[in-house]
Write a protein that binds this ligand. Sequence first.
Ligand code: SF4
Length: 154
Amino acid sequence: MNYYFVCKRKLWLFLHDIQMESDNQEVQIGKLIDERSYSREKKNIKINDTISVDFIGKYNVLHEIKKSKSIEKSGEWQLKYYMYYLSRKGVKIGKGIIDYPKLKERYEVKLEEDDKKYIETIIKEIREIKDDKIPDKLNHKICKKCSYYELCYI
Ligand code: SF4
């Protein structure tokens, strides 16, 4: 869901099991922030090999930890998708919160009825992207921070 909003090519590469995350500096910084933030909480909860929630707080509030607001929309829809997925499994989630520990800010996310319809449209489109040819490069400044940069441009 996150990659859908960031870059369709990145999504396609990921869907075809081409992963280059571990060596990328941006990814390492993100992981470090994640490890050092909210240390009392149980983190990175994988559910059914489908979603990976950063942590679940009091009153069933889902938390997603982000290091910056550069691609805020993707984080918001990622969290909405987790809420959608869990609600379909019968798990009642009160709300979601995107935490920016570096900025000392947080942002509340709710899943509305219209969001569910939109998520279903996106899921359909993601399946089509997987079956189609690899999308074009973005040629955007975010590419320099992407784990697939070398694969795309070098
Ligand atoms: S480097 Fe750019 S074009 Fe390539 S996958 Fe990443 S964001 Fe997409």
